[in-house]
Ligand binder design. Sequence first.
Ligand code: ADP
Length: 246
Amino acid sequence: MIEIQDLHKSFGPLQVLKGIDLRLEHGKVLVIIGPSGSGKTTLLRCFNLLEIPDRGTLQLAGLRIDFTANRQIPRKTVLSLRQKTGMVFQSYNLFPHMTSLGNVMEGQVTVQKRSREAAKKRGLELLAKVGLADKTESYPHQLSGGQQQRVAIARAMAVEPEVLLFDEPTSALDPELVGEVLKVIRQLAAEGMTMVIVTHEMKFAADVADTIILMDQGVIVEQGTPQQVLRQTKNPRALQFLNRLS
Ligand code: ADP
């Protein structure tokens, strides 16, 4: 489903990704952990070209992009990649002037060219799925952070992406609202949705991940099953990060 090879990204003189290689199979969950500033969000944003890597290749759901050969990525390629990915941001990023249902219908109507009727039907189904059947006509400012993030997840799902990308989906939430959002993500994992998740929630990472990668200073220092990365690592940089958490 996803394969990345030798991915590099700098911001000016700052090298943020220094040669990332990874693979993710269909229906699997990849969780990215690591210290703040290690490049996790930048890597995630490369998956849907919110950041354009300087070097390396990205393969996602049948599309292959060679960044070393192409400094200018055609708009058409960017759009088709975006249609294969759904992104959930730390700060929800809902359209403030639209209801929950409006938010979940928007991409279906504008990008997928669905009829408003079909978009509404799917929107209502998805809002029910994330536990918000009674909030379809609410505006974002009328919802809690946890509810807004669940609308954002329904919106990301609405366009039937091949992969869902989550950038620290619970880090802006009050602690008591984290659980309701993680529950929805767990449910998607159980249904076989392919997902890449950046998170600081270690217990959740251990539960939901098929593979965990631990990044530090722009490289992957450890990758494997949750057991291998969280319990059995001998890598000094991984141990330093994990020990600081406990
Ligand atoms: P993490 O998600 O692991 O906290 P990030 O990928 O957000 O790390 O950031 C990695 C480094 O890249 C940080 O030093 C950050 O300040 C820098 N960075 C991220 N985005 C930009 C940008 N758009 N311009 C300049 N520097 C950036």
